[in-house]
Design a protein around this ligand. Structure first.
Ligand SMILES: O=C(O)c1cc(=O)[nH]c(=O)n1[C@@H]1O[C@H](COP(=O)(O)O)[C@@H](O)[C@H]1O
Length: 278
């Protein structure tokens, strides 16, 4: 399989954008036609239909889609079928499929997660929680052509609680925990066929700039624009032209509260894609 960075460049070229549309189907916020009156289980079908409509409406201006697994798993077994259907729609669109499960566990468990994400759902990339260490990241890098977006500087308010702590490494060097984490992930990927990427929140552009400077070639997945307060301008400046996907979920999915959601989503995606153009 072609290495992930080349496929990222191709998807960005085809859509003329670095936008990743996040698929977080929330029964509280989806248009009534997809959510109302349904039990949680029946709602899985509505969630899939809503996400498929969003994929169709926005694929022209999106380089990637990121289904957030929690929003599907919440429906139970039917949610898995819904996720499968949404993944198929993303693959059919020709855009990249980023599976956001924030997985990470001991080696043999991690390997089963990776099998699920890459062999079963055919994701191009996934989000990986690195705090169990290098052997918990490695299974996500054993799949050729795929990318593990390792969480380093997350966009949430509590992101700095641990990630900003300064710690002494085995080499005696004092660095922030997030920087140790990034370096560890790069070492974990040494000799493996997958690509190491990083999740760096738009809400901390100064850290995004540090990651970019340290790893100029690493693909970055940047959530936190729009609903969480990050801005396209800050992200562009901090990224300095490196390979990147900038995610927006609620700002696109729920751009209109109900009727006309497809048009509103298309327009919101297009506006954000334009504002992310270099
Ligand atoms: O890994 C992620 O995707 C992620 C990491 C992070 O640091 N912050 C973050 O918000 N996310 C995800 O990105 C999406 C952000 O959604 P919006 O804030 O609605 O655009 C959600 O699916 C989050 O789970």
């Amino acid at each position: 399989m072609t290495p992930f960075p080349a496929r990222l460049a191709a998807a960005s070229g085809a859509s003329g954008s670095v936008l990743c549309v996040g698929l977080d189907p929330d029964p509280e916020r989806m248009p009534a036609a997809f959510a109302s009156g349904a039990s949680e289980t029946a709602g899985a079908t509505g969630a899939a239909a809503f996400c498929r409509a969003i994929v169709e409406a926005t694929a022209e201006r999106a380089a990637a889609f990121k289904p957030n697994l929690a929003f599907f798993e919440a429906y139970g077994p039917d949610g898995w079928d819904a996720l499968d259907a949404v993944c198929e729609a993303v693959r059919a669109s020709g855009r990249l499929l980023i599976l956001d499960g924030k997985r990470g566990d001991i080696g043999n468990t991690g390997r089963r997660y990776a099998t699920s994400l890459y062999d079963r759902l055919l994701g191009d990339a996934s989000t990986v929680a690195p705090y169990m260490g290098s052997d918990s990241v490695a299974p996500f890098l054993e799949h050729e052509g795929r990318c593990a977006f390792v969480l380093v500087t997350t966009s949430n308010p509590g992101g700095a609680d641990l990630q900003a702590l300064v710690a002494r490494g085995a080499d005696g060097d004092e660095r922030s925990l997030w920087r140790h984490t990034a370096d560890m992930a790069i070492r974990a990927g040494d000799g493996l066929p997958g690509t190491v990427g990083f999740v760096a929140g738009a809400t901390r552009p100064e850290l995004l700039a540090e990651i970019r400077e340290a790893y100029p070639e690493a693909p970055l997945l940047v959530p936190g624009v729009g609903a969480q307060g990050g801005t396209a301008g800050d992200v562009l400046r901090a990224n300095a032209g490196g390979p990147i996907l900038v995610n927006s979920s609620r700002g696109i999915l729920y751009a209109s509260g109900g009727d006309g959601f497809e048009r509103a989503a298309r327009e919101a995606a297009s506006r954000l894609a334009d504002s992310l153009a270099p």
